[in-house]
Design a protein around this ligand. Sequence first.
Ligand code: 13P
Ligand code: MG
Ligand code: MG
Length: 375
Amino acid sequence: MKITLSLIKADIGSIGGHTKPSDDMMKAAKKSVAKAVKDGLLIDGFVFHTGDDIALLMSHTHGSDNPEIHTFAWDTFIKATEYADECGCYGAGQDLLVDAPSANLRGAGPGVAEITFDFNRKEPRPAESFMIFAADKCGPGAYNLPLYLTFSDPMYCAGLMLPKMMKGFSFTIIDMEHKGADSIIELNAPEDIYKMAILLRDNERFGIKAIKSRMYDEQCVSVSTDRLHTIAGKYTGKDDPVALIRNQGIFPAPEEVVSPYVKVHYVGGGARGSHNMPLMPVKMNTAITGIYCLPIVSCLGFSLNKKGGFSDFYVDFFDNPAWDYVRLKAQQKAIEIRSQGFSGPAMLPYQELEYSGFRDSMEDLFKQFKIVKKD
Ligand code: 13P
Ligand code: MG
Ligand code: MG
């Protein structure tokens, strides 16, 4: 049988500022997902939040881009938004950018990552294990560097030297500034890695959308790559992407997937979505309460049981003392870059501020410039 994993997220409001959703919002989303499992639309479902973004993880047999699943996710976000509205939460319904979406949520605001695959518990996938990532206060290119390192560099992923992975992986990279239909390019690791680097250098414009095993022609990665400002034409909040990654066996192991996060690399985001800040790994359901509004990322692991449902529990990868050291490193890097305030690389370049209020402030000043003749 074919199983689809759908990971769909939205920021639909949060308490005390852009920190975390309220308990009532979470309850409403969980109730909606539990009902969909009971009614048979979903095989299984799981709801959690990272900062102020609620993510719905669903397994089902309806395929990717399925109208019923996307409509269900939208309706679930609408239900939770009612509670956000009721309690006066900040940014109620923030990522729901259209009045009523067409059958597909892509282009409507919520972030979507989906993979459909054969599920038969036979070789090459006798067991199906996967990880989900959810990030807050950052753009959709936040996963570019970690994914590039895991899927193309044996310095980070020794598994790439094994026969099952030696042929490499093919990357689908999307131009996230392109409006309407997707503008994508396929590049192969290892032979195209310099070409990949020239694109992935720019996390604000280009994003890894999907990765496939070249040997088995199996998709193992899907990332939500829609940019809210490309849809809305203005800054409405940061994109805060999610990613699905199948792991083990013919794909990298979880430790190879998480190891690049030790870098706490700088990503676009932070306060007002306008700074360069390190990405801090955190446990599930962490609120944004730290200084500087650090971008955060959480990572959970699941296995699929015989019915295509989730194992009775999940593993929270970043909820481990090993990551405390990494979190401190992130804080130190944040303090360093923020010590220069607004100056130079501490803030994002003009084109990234283009859609926000910063642009209005600058436009106003541009008008006051005068051309003076040289003597
Ligand atoms: P969110 O997109 O998570 O709401 O964050 C927006 C922001 O501007 C933070 O300062
Ligand atoms: Mg928010
Ligand atoms: Mg958010």
